[in-house]
Design a protein around this ligand. Structure first.
Ligand code: URA
Length: 423
């Protein structure tokens, strides 16, 4: 095949054959197709889309570019979840040990944060000693012994996606439904999970700003999972305001441990339990109510074993930022909105996130919320506490938050956290 000819096919709205798709992904992974050619092809796909048959083959070729894990020797079924990313989205931390406590093994391969959304690995690395890198054999052993693993995806998993995602990031081709769906699903299918629950975020702090776009992405991913033999369900959940009361690495670990201890903010608890029930149902285990295993402390026990198995000290004091700065409510009233994107950008500017892949993150940095939309506030009362090791960052964070909230007369209508379910 000839790369230029195949780019023309997509540019002009044509359809690639399965053999052409296989060749494109293989040749790109091995360096035969140049970055500028794949960049042109990604832009053609951005405008023209992929047919369902092209998308299935594209995803299969990305999986085939690397290794595929196999958990069929485990004594229990497996389930995983993937969130498309949000602000304060620490749900993976309490969810993985909770589902494991209910008898389903969770092989969660996670990533790091880029931009305003946090990454699960950055959060867990706030725990002294904890390490993200496991070999496949260590992962399998921990899944059998503890039932729960959260670790970094090795370089052998869907290498075509690693290359393509980095290219999309710098060529304005991230926001394409077939490219996002194949990127996420190739990694989850290669990971070898038996069942998958997708948490597709909708709102200001999410990739997908409207419910229509989010539903289309969800339907596309559910179909890819089903066609690959993975039981897949998607929930559309709101991301107009941060989840819980914290955005930042150690801050979110602390809040997750509160949830595992039976407390924590009600939205985090509700979403954790809802996703746990979906994962258990998708894995065929409906004999346990996750609420019982949360309140009994069984999920906390799995958390402690999971952290210790990866070198972390579950009893260690979590790092705290050296400096704090408080933003107070300017007037009396009801907090009517608190924008997720603005809080995410502020946490990032305070040092919780990174601008480039190789940047370090601050464990203690982030934003702590003292009120959520619907709560009554009084003039002068703390609304947000900013945390950072580097006080020169406060000005930028305050700038991001200047128009982030509104205070009005009456409470906004309460929206349920789950907006839709697609299976
Ligand atoms: N997350 C991914 O892994 N891939 C995308 O394309 C978008 C979000």
């Amino acid at each position: 095949f000839n790369a230029v000819e195949l780019i023309k096919v997509k540019r002009d709205g044509g359809t690639l054959t399965p053999e052409q798709v296989d060749w494109l992904i293989g040749a790109y992974t091995s360096g035969v197709i140049a970055e500028e050619q794949m960049s042109a092809l990604a832009m053609a796909i951005f405008f023209r889309g992929l047919s369902p048959a092209e998308l299935n083959r594209w995803t299969a070729a990305m999986i085939a570019s690397g290794e595929r894990l196999d958990f069929s020797t485990l004594s229990r079924p497996t389930a995983d979840k993937h969130s498309t990313g949000g602000v304060g989205d620490k749900i993976t931390l309490p969810l993985v040990p909770l589902v494991a406590a209910c008898g389903v093994a969770v092989p969660q391969l996670s990533g790091r944060g880029l931009g305003h959304t946090g990454g699960t690995l950055d959060k867990l690395e706030a725990i002294p000693g904890w390490r993200a890198a496991l070999t496949n054999a260590e992962m399998l052993h921990q899944l059998e012994e503890v039932g729960a693993v959260i670790c970094a995806a090795g370089s052998g998993l869907a290498p075509a996606d690693k290359k393509l995602y980095a290219l999309r990031d710098v060529t304005a081709t991230v926001e394409s439904i077939p490219l996002i769906a194949s990127s996420i699903m190739s990694k989850k299918i290669a990971e070898g999970t038996g069942a998958l629950v997708l948490d597709v975020k909708v709102g200001s702090g999410a990739f997908m700003k409207t419910a229509e776009q989010a539903a289309e992405l969800a339907r596309t991913m559910v179909a890819l999972g089903r066609d690959a033999g993975v039981t897949t369900v998607a929930l559309l959940t709101g991301m107009d305001t941060p989840l819980g009361l914290t955005a930042g690495n150690a801050l979110e670990v602390r809040e997750s441990v509160e949830v595992l201890a039976g407390g924590g903010p009600s939205d985090v608890v509700e979403l954790t339990l809802t996703l746990a029930r979906e994962m258990l149902a998708a894995a065929g285990r409906t004999d346990r109510d996750p609420a019982d295993l949360l309140s009994s402390g069984a999920a906390m026990d799995v958390w402690r074993r999971m952290i210790a198995a990866q070198g972390g000290d579950p009893d260690a004091e979590l790092p705290r930022a050296r400096e704090t700065d408080v933003i107070v409510a300017p007037t009396d009233g009801v907090l009517t909105s608190l924008d997720a994107m603005a809080v995410g950008v502020a946490a990032w500017r305070l040092g919780a996130g990174r601008a480039r892949k190789e940047d370090p993150v601050q464990a203690g940095a982030g934003v702590e919320l003292h009120a959520k939309p619907g709560h009554r506030v009084a003039a002068g009362q703390p609304l947000l506490t900013l945390h950072t090791d580097d006080p020169s960052r406060f000005a930028g964070a305050r700038e991001s938050l200047a128009a982030a909230y509104t205070i009005g007369e009456s409470a906004p209508a309460q929206r349920s956290i789950v907006l839709d379910r697609i299976d």
